[in-house]
Design a protein around this ligand. Structure first.
Ligand SMILES: Cc1cc2nc3c(=O)[nH]c(=O)nc-3n(C[C@H](O)[C@H](O)[C@H](O)COP(=O)(O)OP(=O)(O)OC[C@H]3O[C@@H](n4cnc5c(N)ncnc54)[C@H](O)[C@@H]3O)c2cc1C
Length: 379
């Protein structure tokens, strides 16, 4: 999100707020609720509008924990961290449920993690053993429960599905924040010892606290994030309404590179296809579809769901923020301690965003350590 010389006045009007949040997606809107609850007057600003980033472009899967097989995650991060992230995701689910109540449905669909290959089926078996040893609820299917050419599956009944933009609207409605749309931020600087001056397209904004919730766009906003966050594109499709329902759950396969579900209005949603096109799909903030990935998606649909005859109604793309080690980042900008950040969701923000936003607000306002999310771990 760059801002050209011509798009902004040399001296745009001064706007003053107590707590400014940059990025009005699920993370920013959640943070707005926590900052308001802590007694602050909150303004959200977004380069586009409410939820127009990944938060309204995703598949709407509410997974529990981090998006990796349990045993692999434990090897990489240690079991204490994996459990901390699992607890944080369950806390996020609780926040969503409370904020969504009476406004939009969170459907208890469960999820099926499907093995695309025999090798992945062995990983599923190991993950199931590790989950059983840890006492975490799951069902191991040694064969494909869908009978669609997969090799095995891991079922998580506690997972759910949402209409992501309806959820986001529900969160925003409870935040009490003022929203400045069409207002990209392009520069951050210290104003006085305890205020920050944020240069945006329409205003110079003076704030006591600033929280960056721009996920995949972070390296475009501040050099601190280069090498720590990579913008990664994900592409998706939805068909016209199906003639009859095919699936009651959310399925994802090939270590999460493919994902599919039915929407509330009976359409088939299928996304993925970037594994074979990483050169084009990694390190880009352009949310456009590409013929190569879209062709992969169409082939995958025909292979696993050949009975679908209705045409594709819509194709889209969105930008995710992948962190260098696969865990979200919460911290403050070096030399600018009034500016915090909550980002790096690795394609799993519905599982974690509210809990991560809560820790970022606590760090910024109370100095509370954000645990395994602490950004200092990445130098
Ligand atoms: C196709 C696809 C499928 C996905 N499926 C799932 C799924 O099923 N489950 C799941 O958990 N996650 C999924 N994700 C990931 C999920 O959408 C994200 O993790 C989540 O939305 C992150 O929320 P956010 O608020 O941090 O970021 P975003 O929603 O991207 O919000 C960032 C906001 O910052 C704004 N912004 C950026 N730069 C600036 C600037 N300089 N000034 C002002 N504003 C700025 C943007 O306009 C944007 O609105 C998927 C993502 C995609 C693209």
């Amino acid at each position: 999100m760059t801002v050209s010389h011509w798009q902004t006045d040399p001296e745009p009007p001064l706007y003053e707020t107590d707590f400014l949040i940059v990025g009005a997606g699920l993370t920013g809107c959640s943070a707005a609720i926590f900052a308001t609850a802590a007694g602050h007057q909150v303004t959200l600003t977004d380069a586009r509008g409410l939820g127009l980033g990944a938060s309204s472009r995703n598949a709407g899967f509410l997974l529990s924990g981090i998006d990796a097989y349990y045993h692999r995650a434990c090897e990489r991060y240690g079991e204490a961290t994996v459990r901390e992230l699992l607890a944080l995701s369950l806390r996020t689910h609780e926040h969503w449920r409370r904020w969504a109540e009476g406004r939009t449905a969170i459907t208890p669909s469960g999820t099926l993690l499907l093995a695309q290959t025999a090798a992945e089926a062995r990983d599923i078996e190991r993950a199931a053993r590790a989950l059983a040893a840890a006492g975490i609820e799951h069902i191991h299917h040694p064969r494909d429960p869908l009978e669609r050419g997969y090799h095995a599956a891991l079922e998580r009944r506690q997972d759910a599905a949402v209409h992501p933009l309806a959820l986001l609207q529900a969160v925003f409605d409870q935040s009490d924040a003022t929203l400045l749309e069409n207002n990209a931020v392009h520069q951050l600087e210290a104003a006085t010892s305890d205020t920050v001056l944020v240069h945006s397209r329409r205003y110079r904004i003076r704030a006591r606290h600033v929280l960056l919730c721009v996920n995949g766009y972070a390296p475009l906003l501040h050099p601190y994030f280069r090498g720590k966050i990579v913008p990664v594109r994900a592409q998706c499709t939805v068909t016209e309404p199906l003639e009859q329902s095919l699936l009651k759950t959310c399925g994802y396969a090939d270590y999460g590179y493919w994902y599919f579900r039915e929407t509330d209005d009976g359409r088939f949603l299928l996304g993925g296809g970037r594994a074979a096109h990483r050169d084009q799909e990694n390190d880009t903030s352009e949310d456009r579809t590409t013929p190569a990935v879209q062709a992969e998606i169409d082939t995958y649909r025909q292979r696993h769901f050949p009975e679908i005859r209705v045409p594709v109604a819509r194709r889209w793309a969105g930008i995710m923020g992948f962190s260098a080690d696969g865990l979200p980042l919460v911290g403050r900008l070096p030399g600018l301690p009034q500016i915090g950040f909550a980002l790096g969701f690795n394609g799993n923000g519905l599982a974690l965003a509210a809990g991560v936003a809560e820790r970022a607000v606590e760090l910024l306002l109370e100095g509370r350590h954000p645990g395994a999310l602490a950004a200092e771990r990445l130098r």
